[in-house]
Design a protein around this ligand. Sequence first.
Ligand code: CA
Length: 234
Amino acid sequence: MVSVTGRPLNILIIEDHKDMADTLSDLLETLGYQTAIADSAENAVEYMASEMPDLVLLDLGLPDMDGMSLLSKVRANSFVPLIVVSGAGGDRDRVNALENGADDFIAKPFSNAELIARVRALMRRVELTPQSDTRIVVGRLELDIPHRRATMRGKKIHLTPIEYALLHTLMKNAGNVVTYDELLRAVWGEGYTGDFSVLRVNISRLRQKIEDDPRVPVYIITIPGQGYHMPAVI
Ligand code: CA
């Protein structure tokens, strides 16, 4: 059983293709997760109205609603860790999904090992709560670590788990350059095979949320060819 404080972690699989959904469900349950299957957007919305899963696998091809629209709908009121599963696998789908708030993206056909790695990497980010620091302040930006809460000028910023992890890593290292590899390792875990576009899109989304003018960032500065830099004093 995979659990946090004794409660098994619950994964919602949103997939209308029954064989695919059952295969995923069997695989994840073998690993100790609990799973629920929603075979339509309507059922998914209904499920999430009463039950909050610990992670969502969202297939983009659904019978009653475009998966990307469902993603926006979910993100409008939840920051549940979410992996988009796409049959198309094109770069546009990938970027669209990440821009709409997906934490990760996996294209069909994928191997069991690949899916397990993605699920575990994301779960690790969610479960990770550093014990040492409780609060980091950079400029007007503040991170309340025990509550995983970020504020800008005292106003709460809504962040996905990946955005939070990115911000935390950059703030912890304020004053230093954090390389692309260091960020990928810190946020997605050792051996993550995703590409830099995932990182770029998440950084861009983070800038939209924290920068006064995201085109002229002062908190997250790109160091071309190296990584990102958050100045210690802003
Ligand atoms: Ca489908």
